[in-house]
Design a protein around this ligand. Structure first.
Ligand code: NI
Length: 259
């Protein structure tokens, strides 16, 4: 396992509270885990930019999260462009998307900002890291209509196997995290077991959703190993194979990643 890298495609390691951040990054590096950190608001794209420059093996996305679209202004896209131009470690746009779970009162604004960020990703020729919660159909419909040339990743995929297959038909990648290790996560286990492996990516979404041995505790990037292990068990293959295949996939999606 030791000579195989794992790409953790979604980790808010900059948001850890109980774990020392430098230590969590070091743990990831020691375990040959490359981490990609998303942005959430129009302001914290600057924080992501600074944060990822501090560490080797840590990359980032710029983007505005669906619940934070009210922070998006006329200036946001040019700010993102500026950051992308000076920082080659920004390797995608994220996390962007739709979330109807918490607050449905600004669905239209969420859609509008999602579309603008898809078009921006297309212009920049960068992949999209997408958050979709209770909004699967709208997310897919918008991607089909507006996404021309960016590879899309559905982060923390929570749909059914049938929906995963529908997304894969559109060339969308499926990123799985700690949820797949939860005993009652039948739907996600079914997805992990049955999707074509060429569309699988791994993540943690830490500090949230720690995998089974640590469930309820603070998550961290290195726990992506437990996600790989669970998927390997479900499919009856080795963890090394899952690590290797998902890393090959990630290298295809993130052309600017180097390690
Ligand atoms: Ni996230």
């Amino acid at each position: 396992m030791n000579d195989i890298y794992i790409i953790n495609t979604h980790s808010h390691v900059n948001m850890l509270r109980e774990t020392n951040i430098d230590e969590a990054v070091q743990n990831a590096i020691d375990n040959k885990i490359v981490t990609i950190v998303p942005s959430s608001t129009a302001e914290d794209i600057f924080e992501t930019d600074k944060f990822i420059q501090k560490y080797n093996g840590v990359y980032g996305y710029v983007g505005v999260f669906p619940e934070e679209v009210k922070t998006f202004t006329d200036k946001t896209l040019s700010d993102m462009e500026e950051i992308i131009k000076h920082n080659p470690k920004i390797i995608g746009i994220g996390e962007v998307g739709l979330d109807y779970y918490w607050d449905k009162s600004f669905k239209e604004l969420q859609k509008e900002v999602f579309i603008k960020q898809i078009e921006f990703a297309n212009q920049m020729n960068l992949p999209l890291n997408i958050h979709s919660r209770e909004a699967h159909l709208d997310t897919l419909e918008i991607l089909k209509k507006y996404n021309k040339n960016s590879t899309a990743i559905l982060h923390c995929f929570s749909g059914s196997l049938e929906f995963a297959k529908e997304c894969i038909k559109e060339g969308i990648y499926i990123a799985l995290g700690g949820v797949v290790t939860f005993k009652n996560a039948k739907k996600t286990k079914d997805v992990a077991k049955n999707i074509p492996l060429e569309y699988l990516l791994l993540e943690t979404d830490d500090p949230y959703l720690a995998p089974a041995p640590f469930r309820g505790k603070e998550n961290q990037p290195m726990y992506v190993k437990y996600v790989a292990e669970e998927i390997a068990n479900l499919r009856g293959i080795s963890t090394e194979e899952i690590a290797q295949i998902s890393t090959e996939n990630a290298k295809k999606v993130f052309k600017n990643i180097e390690f």
